[in-house]
Design a binder for this molecule. Structure first.
Ligand code: HEM
Length: 640
């Protein structure tokens, strides 16, 4: 068989980029041909310019290869007695008992997986110095925003998701100190800073030679941990134990006790995130009311369980067909993301006939069985790294006057600028009480968020008080961009070029392949010399030329392509148990009739979007024009 494979592919040997010969040699025959197709298109650099239908085919083939070759389990798969999923028709507090074959998959404190095998960098943790990288290539010079595409709600939203999915456990017995080298010290707000190491845990001879890994203290399932917590103790704190509901203040914001905010995850929050958490607590409670009215016999625990499933699915749906569509603003990705939820047959068909066909025709949601592609579900180190998006945040929040009449395109007049430092942590919670829910949301809606570009990492993050898990301030500040550079190296995440290679993306061979900006090329050379292999992932992601309409890099997008699908299709509650028994008929209807963040806002603040939002999506800047009607069917469109 190996011989036949080699003979068949020999003519293509010279065509395939040399860095891929080894991986292609390991592929199954069919996958080699799929690889040839995508590699051909990659060489032309045109996948994003293909007509929508062809582009979707390219993405589906690419996703297939990544599902085969970019999912690595860290740790061991359990052996022993299987539990009965029917005993757990609800999301547990710590994420256990979702995967029918592996009760611990996706639970609190389980291992982060990998999309790329670890690349040990213990000997070059400081090369080049992370503080030099942060100072010369990341620190914001002048605020670059995303125009009308993406607003500050969108920036807060992704932090809301991060607080649902991932947080590395630290080793609080081991501190590291970084000292600013002389060459940059005068430009650094902190001359040195201390932080805890990531907690490295033995896998006890896990697969693929991965001997150690890192633990995720948040449940990686899309289960709303940001409002429910990732353990039983937190869940106790946020629940009222009456009618299934969660605690919320009369003013619609998160409640406080003994000076601390109460929510599922309160670490490193700011006013924007807290407002979204509060909105989805309101959503949960509204679901409880609707279920209680429809099914008067349901008790507190049953109401809570159904409402959690419904609210988590609403969050996942808003993210999939609203947030991501604005992030990757092209017809192809709109079709792709809607395809993930509804399938190629579309919403109308699915609403009428239910889930028909497999993942492509019917969508991932409602599949007959969850599919983890043979690798227990987890989020991955590489996933964490591409979500390092602190550059989305502005320096100040432009606070609006919502008592005045709307101006052109429903924009409210500016009242004042508030420094972001006033809006983070406990201070931010206090400020939010004065600002109020509506003003915070409308202000964020009308402000563009930061672009993920070089020199656009907010400087206020360079002297940041990080928080403990319980939301209490730590004594010492950190230089967050420098820390992030260190973290990826510490956790053996491949550097940019290796990362691309492992994702079957053509690597760069010179700085000019990465960017057309001369100043960027010059500074990259100053920091890394001519060795493009040393480029840190975070820097590469922001330096990379962007695809038109994409707010993120192509490199980051490939991880999204793989993992966004996986979050849905590996989860029993989005596949086999996305049904009336688990959700109730009313609950399922609630999910099926909610299409966007605007729908959620309209439910709780019926006047807000009518008065202040001109745009179609709540994630684009609210004074922008609504999407014009396009008579050409989505799948038949061709990008200009
Ligand atoms: C005011 C808002 C924010 C604050 C104060 C904040 C602060 C922090 C801090 C202190 C860390 C831990 C660093 C470490 O020890 O490794 C962190 C990690 C992280 N943050 Fe943020 N952040 C904010 C907003 C955001 C946003 C908007 C994103 C966008 C996606 C984001 C994504 C992440 C990611 C992916 C990590 C790594 C998590 C991990 O290591 O498991 N953060 N942030």
């Amino acid at each position: 068989m190996q011989l036949i494979k080699s003979v068949l592919l020999k003519p293509f040997h010279n065509f395939i980029h040399k860095d891929f010969h080894e991986v292609v040699a390991r592929m199954k025959l069919m996958d080699r041909f799929i690889f040839l197709d995508i590699h051909f298109i990659d060489k032309l650099g045109i996948w994003h310019r293909l007509p929508v239908f062809l582009g979707l085919t390219y993405l589906a083939l690419r996703r297939h290869l990544h599902q085969e070759y970019n999912l690595f389990n860290v740790g061991k798969s359990p052996v022993g007695v299987r539990y009965n999923p029917a005993d757990y028709p609800f999301r547990t507090a710590d994420g256990k008992f979702n995967d029918p074959f592996n009760e611990g998959a996706g639970s609190e404190d389980s291992f982060f997986g990998r999309n790329v095998l670890p690349v040990d960098q213990k000997k070059k943790l400081m090369k080049p110095d992370p503080i030099v990288v942060a100072t010369k290539l990341l620190a914001r010079k002048e605020y670059i925003d995303t125009g009308k595409q993406f607003n500050v709600i969108a920036a807060s939203w992704i932090q809301f998701m991060i607080h649902d999915w991932i947080d590395h456990l630290e080793n609080t017995d081991q501190q590291v100190e970084l000292v600013a080298p002389k060459q940059v010290a005068s430009q650094c707000p902190l001359k040195s800073f201390k932080f805890y190491k990531s907690k490295e845990v033995s896998t006890e001879h896990g697969y693929y030679g991965i001997d150690t890994g890192y633990l995720n203290r948040r449940t990686p399932w899309w289960d709303g941990s940001s409002i429910y917590g990732s353990d039983a103790e937190t869940l106790q704190k946020v629940r009222t134990f009456k009618d299934g509901k969660l605690k919320i203040s009369k003013n619609g914001l998160l409640p406080h006790q003994d000076g601390q905010v109460i929510s599922g995850d309160v670490r490193n929050i700011w006013a924007g995130l807290s407002t979204l958490q509060a909105l989805f607590v309101q959503e949960h409670n509204a679901v409880c009311d609707a279920l209680e009215k429809e099914y008067p016999g349901l008790k507190d625990e049953e109401l809570y369980r159904h409402a959690r499933l419904v609210t988590s699915a609403v969050i996942a749906k808003v993210h999939t067909i609203d947030w991501t569509v604005e992030l990757l603003k092209t017809d192809m990705l709109r079709a792709g993301m809607r395809g993930n939820w509804y399938g190629l047959l579309g919403k109308k068909f699915k609403d009428t006939f239910g889930h028909v066909g497999g993942a492509i025709l019917g969508g991932l949601v409602g599949l007959k069985k969850p599919n983890n592609h043979g690798v227990p579900y987890s989020l991955t180190e590489e996933f964490v790294s591409v979500y390092r998006m602190h550059g989305l945040l502005p320096d100040t929040l432009l606070l609006r006057n919502v008592d005045a009449a709307p101006g052109p395109n429903k924009s409210p007049p500016l009242a004042k600028e508030v420094d972001m430092r006033e809006l983070i942590g406990n201070k931010g919670e206090e400020a939010l009480q004065n600002i109020g829910f509506t003003r915070q949301m409308v202000s964020m809606g009308h402000q563009a968020c930061g672009a993920l570009e070089l020199w656009n990492y907010p400087n206020w993050f360079r002297d940041l008080i990080p928080q403990d898990v319980d939301g209490r301030d730590r004594p010492d500040p950190v230089d967050l961009p420098a820390l992030e550079i260190y973290r990826d190296r510490e956790r053996s995440v491949a550097r940019y070029n290796d990362f691309r290679r492992s994702l079957l993306l053509i690597p760069i061979s010179k700085w000019e392949d990465l960017t057309d900006d001369n100043e960027a090329v010059q500074t990259l050379r100053e920091v890394y010399g001519d060795d493009v292999e040393e480029l840190d992932l975070l820097v590469g992601l922001v330096a990379e030329k962007k695809i038109k309409g994409f707010a993120i890099s192509e490199t980051a997008f490939i991880i999204f392509l793989l993992m966004a699908s996986r979050r849905l299709e590996a989860d029993r509650f989005f596949t086999s148990d996305f049904n009336e028994e688990a959700y109730t008929k009313k609950g399922l209807e609630w999910v099926n009739t909610t299409e966007s963040l605007k729908d959620v806002l309209d439910r709780h603040y019926p006047e807000m979007t009518k008065k202040w939002m001109n745009s179609s999506s709540a994630f684009s800047v609210w004074d922008s024009a609504p999407e014009p009607h396009n008579p050409i069917p989505l799948y038949l469109r061709v990008p200009h």
